[in-house]
Design a protein. Structure first.
Length: 72
């Protein structure tokens, strides 16, 4: 899957995403759901497990930068 088709997809944090952490998110893609390593897009926001996120950048094959989809 190319970078452009991942950007804008929604996912859910399955392992805390934050500065100094390698987080994990699950994203519905290619007719299923896949796990990706995740980092905060702004480099400083912490997102706890269960947070709904949006992919803002994809670094193939399995890394994404995300931001919270909704204000908390």
């Amino acid at each position: 899957m190319d970078d452009a088709s991942m950007v804008g997809l929604m996912g859910r944090v399955t392992g805390t995403v934050g500065p100094g952490l390698v987080g994990e998110v699950i994203v519905r893609v290619r007719g299923g759901a896949e796990h990706f390593l995740a980092y905060p897009a702004d480099g400083k926001t912490r997102m706890e497990r269960g947070t709904v996120v949006m992919v803002v950048e994809h670094l193939p094959p399995r890394t994404v930068y995300v931001e919270a989809a909704y204000d908390s």
